[in-house]
Design a protein around this ligand. Structure first.
Ligand code: PXG
Length: 290
């Protein structure tokens, strides 16, 4: 049975049932805000600094002032985890524009709200493989809503996710405006071809995933060849291996896309090495209980 963990809202803690925000909050009215999804493993928060840096960058891009310093923000996350006695956790941080008028002008919202939700999260794919479709919904163009901003406006991804649900697969792969591979709805994508690991570059209109960077670093540590370049659907269909990366998904082998088997339909050797090495380093983070 899931436990009812306390939720942090603007410096105070509330039991889950009482953790509420106003219907006049622009995060609710317009999806005006930013968020982060972070994990803690064995009492340590994984890549906390990187997630906080990305959160503040997303906020800066939408001219949202977070009313807390980065250091105090990290302390608030650790405090929330401590209060809830969590060691292995999913941490959802939300910064919403705050209460405003019935009009989308953000300057009429005097103060942003900070929400920190912590919960236990089962590993999504550990020991399992992912299946996907190529979504007909393409990823937002960088000149529309830049995917580098981890905004509360996830309808683009949700539309693709609905396609995946209807197709009975785990994920939807979204293409960018050029028709090349972009990312999943909540994860980045990699392929392996002839021993070379390939992932789309930031210019492909992706969220620059923290796990994506961890995998790039792990590959370099293993002296594996890795390149950031555009990937076509043809290349994905003909890849030897493919996998998703994300805070929720971790490293998930991708074995079937649109009913086509990738490689031999099993997690490939390079994917397996990366998963094993990821498991070794994921507990090396910022300690919650020092
Ligand atoms: N692309 C997109 C569009 C994402 O939303 C990633 C890639 C992977 O990024 P990280 O930094 O996690 O490696 C994401 C991450 C949630 C949830 O609750 C969403 C994400 C991560 C964790 C939880 O929906 N998205």
């Amino acid at each position: 049975m899931s436990k009812e963990y306390d939720v942090y809202i603007d410096g105070k803690y509330y039991p889950k049932k009482e953790a509420k925000i106003s219907v006049f909050d622009h995060g609710f009215l317009y999806g005006d805000g930013v968020f982060e999804g972070i994990r803690a493993y064995e009492g340590c928060v994984f890549k906390l600094n990187e997630h906080i840096d990305r959160l503040y960058e997303s906020a800066k891009s939408i001219e949202l002032i977070i009313p807390l310093s980065k250091e105090d923000f990290k302390k608030a996350i650790l405090e929330t985890l401590k209060r809830n006695n969590l060691k292995d956790a999913y941490i959802r941080v939300v910064i919403s524009r705050g209460i405003g008028t019935l009009g989308l002008n953000p300057t009429l919202c005097p103060k942003a709200s900070i929400i920190i939700i912590t919960d236990y999260l089962e590993p999504l794919y550990e020991g399992k493989n992912a299946t996907a479709i190529i979504a007909s919904t393409s990823r937002n163009s960088v000149t529309a809503l830049n995917p580098m901003i981890k905004s509360l406006n996830y309808l683009n991804n949700i539309l693709a996710r609905i396609e995946a649900n209807k197709a009975g697969v785990n994920e939807a792969i979204m293409l960018n405006q050029n028709g090349t591979i972009c990312e999943g709805t909540g994860d980045n994508i990699f392929i392996v071809k002839a021993g070379i690991i390939i992932t789309p570059p930031s210019a492909a209109a992706i969220l620059l995933g923290i796990t994506r960077q961890v995998v790039i670093d792990l590959a370099k540590d293993e002296s594996l060849k890795i390149v950031e370049r555009s990937i076509t659907v043809h290349e994905l269909n003909n890849a030897d291996e493919a996998f998703f990366t994300g805070t929720a998904a971790e490293i998930a082998p991708l074995v079937n896309v649109d009913g086509r088997v990738i490689g031999n339909g099993e997690p490939g050797p390079i994917t397996r090495i990366l998963i094993e090495n990821f498991k070794k380093i994921r507990k090396c983070g910022i300690p919650i209980y020092s």
